[in-house]
Design a binder for this molecule. Sequence first.
Ligand code: SAH
Length: 347
Amino acid sequence: MKKILQDLNYNALEELTLSLGEKKFRAKQLYDGLMLGKKISEINVPSQLRERLLEEYEDEPVAILKTFRSSDGTEKYLFSLADGNVIEGVLMSYKYGNTQCVSTQVGCRMGCKFCASTLGGLVRNLTSGEILSQVLKVNALHGGSLNKRAVTNLVLMGSGEPLDNYTEVIIFLKNVTAEGGINISARNISLSTCGLVDKIYELADENLPVNLTISLHQTTDEGRARTMPIAKKYSISEILKACSYYFEKTGRRYIFEYSLIAGENCDKTHADELIRLLKGRPCHVNLIRLNEVEERTLKTVTEKQAYCFLGLLEKGGLSATLRRQIGADIGGACGQLRAGYLKGENL
Ligand code: SAH
């Protein structure tokens, strides 16, 4: 694979342009073109510069291979990478704007039992430019420009564990929030992790006030370890300590994702335990009914059971919401689209 121009921030792009004997303003033209989701070959700069760049850099590191539209307006994308790998993403429209869910790795090595992204293990990390390009492509697809973005919010909840690809994810966060670029506010970005505690501390010290989301899904370490292998390494109490540090450093309240799995994590004892763990903390709980994955045996709960669990949490004084099931008709669960593609399903 060649190098990826979208990995570079503005200053690095300017240095590269100057080193190729070009004027400074060409860097701005290149940067604006890239931010508009263009291929190098489509950017309006002298052809000799384009050709020089194309010797070393991928023309289009991330391309939208296929778009799936749900009846509820949600869109899912299958992206192809330059080395032939595929990743997926989602765009959800809300009243306040459009939230894109981006992937940070091809596959994942965390091994959560309910998740389709982890089925084939980790293939490789994405580079910062490959993560950024997912946003640039979808923004362009929806006619967004730099003055008027079509993508307003981001969640790092596609395939991969963002904190397991820490360096590239941090560069991505710096570049996607950079002034003059697509410039999405850090406050509109949520990073979701299964709980890599050491990295949560590092993230807190980065001075990037993104929203921290923790995939909790259980109330005890033993219970959590049944579906999430990472629970053997870090305890819930260590995670909660790291969350407090995150709040102290960033002033941002944190969010817990809690996927409801029948017979596993959503009876009254779990609600009571969750209330005991989280009450009084500056946090919010996002409930979601498990998206059943063909290869996994875990089952979801009924809508009624989900509302009942929500009611218990609210009664116990927690701030909680049940997320509506979106895009279920187009392969709603994490990694399902890619898994289907790899199996050769006719999508
Ligand atoms: N690795 C990160 C981000 C990716 S997953 C993390 O663990 O947070 C985004 C969210 O979807 C996580 O909360 C994850 O646990 C959850 N998830 C994965 N598969 C799911 C499924 N089949 N049904 C419901 N939630 C799922």
